[in-house]
Write a protein that binds this ligand. Structure first.
Ligand SMILES: [Zn+2]
Length: 342
């Protein structure tokens, strides 16, 4: 990017009510067959127009074609039985009924490549595409086959690399891996989590990002945050290794969170997507609030490496609130951009 402080979002954006029930995760589709295919593409066009209208520089599909950021990818793989469900504790935090790994996992056909080509054809802006990271994938499944979190993570990393190479060929500029699990399983992150992530990006020429957050603004997450104390130092456990990794960008939660801002220093040299929009509240930030967060972040990240962003995805928010937050992000970044060029 030649533009200073290029803005983007962490990933998901709300879906129109004609596509899926709003303000809900895993919301079922309202259409089926060819009508659903067409509706997803229309929704993608709308979300793209809203991002560009709000001054978002690096745009995405807003995850309009997927029900959930992890499960939709897994649904397209073989070796996972969605009928056979087990209750497991996700992120060591809340119980959920998840599908079972019943055999060797593989990707027999591309998952998001056609969607990415469609997005690419709609815009000249740089595009970012999100995929789940290996550790977050294994943490959203019951494994009755490999019976090893690490082994399954390596298998998924190989599969993700196949998908990522095709996304790159489709014209994606930044491929992002969502790893909220990196904020929970610190020993595993350092033992093999970052290594599997590097396997997933092997051979890519495009830029690569990892998104690590405190989750969507759902109750299980806000309850968990209340137990984390006055300072959230989780990033301290993983950033040193990430700084030494081959990942280009790190997307992190910042605004309204209790993450000490100086932890960003641990990433010095990397590009940092600083969360300047809180996704766990309906209150829309003012551009000045966004600017204040970015100015603070500039103490710990060089201006040419600061990428203003949202704390996490905005899928569970109302469209009005999400639109307001996108605009605030665009306007807040513009304030600081002007200050830097003055
Ligand atoms: Zn997130």
């Amino acid at each position: 990017m030649t533009k200073l402080l290029p803005t983007s979002t962490a990933g998901s954006l709300p879906k129109p009510s004609w596509l899926a029930e709003p303000e809900k995760l895993w919301s079922p589709w309202k259409l089926e067959g060819p009508a659903l295919v067409e509706a997803k593409r229309d929704a993608l066009r709308v979300t793209l127009a809203e991002q560009e209208g709000a001054g978002i520089d690096i745009v995405s599909d807003g995850e309009q074609t997927r029900q959930h950021f992890v499960t939709t990818f897994i649904e397209h793989l073989t070796g996972v039985d969605f009928e056979k469900r087990e209750t497991v504790k996700i992120r060591d935090r809340y119980e959920a009924s998840v599908p079972t790994v019943v055999g060797a996992v593989s990707r027999d056909k591309p998952v998001f490549v056609e969607d990415a080509k469609f997005l690419r054809a709609q815009t000249d802006s740089p595009i970012k595409w999100a995929l789940p990271g290996p550790m977050t994938m294994i943490d959203t499944l019951y494994d009755a086959h490999y019976r090893s979190r690490e082994k399954l993570a390596w298998e998924f990393a190989t599969i993700l690399n196949q998908e990522a190479r095709e996304l790159e060929a489709a014209g994606v500029d930044i491929i992002q891996f969502d790893e909220p699990a990196f904020n929970v399983f610190f020993d595993e992150v350092n033992d093999w989590g970052i290594a599997t992530l590097e396997r997933a990006i092997e051979g890519l020429q495009c830029e690569t990002a990892v998104h690590i957050c405190y989750g969507y603004g759902i109750k299980a997450n806000t309850d968990w945050k209340k137990t984390l104390g006055s300072e959230w130092r989780q990033y301290e456990r993983t950033f040193p290794r990430l700084q030494a990794s081959s990942i280009d960008l790190v997307s992190l939660e910042c605004h309204n969170s209790r993450v000490p801002m100086d932890l960003i220093e641990l990433l010095r040299g990397k590009k940092v997507m600083v969360g300047a929009i809180d996704v766990a509240t309906n209150t829309i930030e003012t551009p000045e609030e966004v600017a204040r967060t970015l100015r603070k972040a500039l103490q710990f990240v060089d201006a040419d490496k600061l990428y203003p962003c949202t704390n996490c995805g905005m899928a569970p928010l109302s469209r009005d609130v999400a639109r307001g937050k996108l605009k605030a992000l665009g306007a807040g970044a513009a304030i600081v951009r002007r200050e830097l060029s003055a």
